[in-house]
Write a protein that binds this ligand. Structure first.
Ligand code: NAD
Length: 314
């Protein structure tokens, strides 16, 4: 069981994403100790110094650059190491490179003795999460990926703009791969307890253009990367949200990526489905009543992820 008092978090890989995660956590007040690790030790040191100098403006937190050894007693290890997408590259294109890096670093972290949680962020996040589970042998509730928590926020952002309702009041999930085959669950999109189309009718606003929203959510990463070269702010807050739910034992439902074992006829891979997140980690994914075409799309997404898993030497 995750100790509620263990507020030490390690971030492995402090490039654009890892450094933003560290910043989001440093200012969150959730963490007592933050250790930053990178093969580029000067980069980790620089980021740690820069963040530590915020001491007078944030709640007490010890921030330092460390080694893999320093991660071993962390309550959560957030794994952000590896190459990011270049313009035009898919997340699955990163597989061989980032799998090799993961395979090299996980044994150094030497999991097993404690009750820490390993949260994978690097892409392709679903395949790397599956690989991390196999390499570490840890139970599936303690190894999961940030999955489509970010994509679900993008979905809610789009619906919020159309409907004129705060994203926090919108329930809507993206499931499956964090990537090209992800699935927007239109059948489970609700505002104020009311299905989306009905809500639009009652509010006197036109129905949502599903194709447009689907493309905007699915292609968001590519659109940002083509403009600024990387994405990191929104994902870092998605990661912070996941950590918050763990540390505060919230039982929040989040679309994190984890092992799928028979649900919707899918097994043998990791992908995102809504699941309860608390101090134990990830609960079993919820079997929600999806529309027939959504289930089909989820199975297609799983097929793509399983084919990717078959390309690595686990
Ligand atoms: P980046 O190139 O800016 O940083 C990667 C960092 O990893 C570098 O600092 C590098 O030195 C470090 N690194 C490489 N090998 C390492 C090792 N063995 N141990 C420790 N550190 C190591 O890349 P980025 O933009 O920060 O992206 C990082 C990863 O996050 C990418 O795979 C990217 O695709 C992914 N990402 C995921 C999401 C998501 O929603 N899951 C969103 C954005 C980016």
């Amino acid at each position: 069981m995750q100790s509620k008092s263990n507020r030490k978090i390690a971030v492995v890989g402090v490039g654009s994403v890892g450094a933003s995660v560290a910043y989001a956590l440093a200012i969150s007040g959730l963490v007592s100790e933050l250790v930053l690790v990178d093969v580029n030790s000067a980069k980790a040191e620089g980021e740690a110094m820069d963040l530590a100098h915020a001491a007078a403006f944030i709640k007490p937190v010890t921030i330092y650059a460390g080694t893999f050894e320093d991660c071993r007693d962390a309550g959560i290890i957030i794994y952000c190491a590896g190459a990011s997408q270049k313009p035009g590259e898919t997340r699955l294109d990163l597989l061989q490179k980032n799998y090799a890096i993961l395979r090299g670093s996980l044994p150094e972290l030497r999991f097993g003795s404690g009750d820490g949680i390993l949260l994978i962020v690097s892409n392709p996040v679903d395949v790397l999460t599956y690989a991390a589970l196999k390499i570490t042998g840890l139970p599936p509730e303690r190894v999961f990926g940030s999955g489509t928590v970010l994509d679900s926020s993008r979905f809610r952002h789009n619906l919020s703009r159309h409907c004129g309702v705060a994203p926090r009041n919108i329930h809507a999930y993206v499931v499956g791969e964090h990537g090209d085959s992800e699935v927007l669950l239109w059948s489970l999109a609700y505002i104020a307890g009311t299905g989306l189309d009905r809500f639009c009718g009652l509010a006197g606003i036109p129905p949502v253009n599903r194709q447009e929203v689907d493309a905007s959510v699915r292609n968001a990463g590519y659109e940002i990367i083509s403009r600024k070269g990387a994405t990191y702010y929104a994902v870092s807050l998605a990661v912070r949200r996941i950590c918050e739910s763990i540390i505060r034992d919230e039982n929040t439902i989040l679309t994190i990526s984890g092992l799928i074992d028979g649900i919707y006829g899918v097994s043998g891979c990791c992908l995102s489905l809504p699941a309860v997140v608390n101090s134990h980690g990830r609960g079993s994914p919820l079997k929600l009543p999806l529309a027939g075409e959504e289930e089909e799309a989820l199975r297609r997404s799983a097929g793509i992820l399983k084919a990717a898993i078959n390309q690595i030497n686990l």
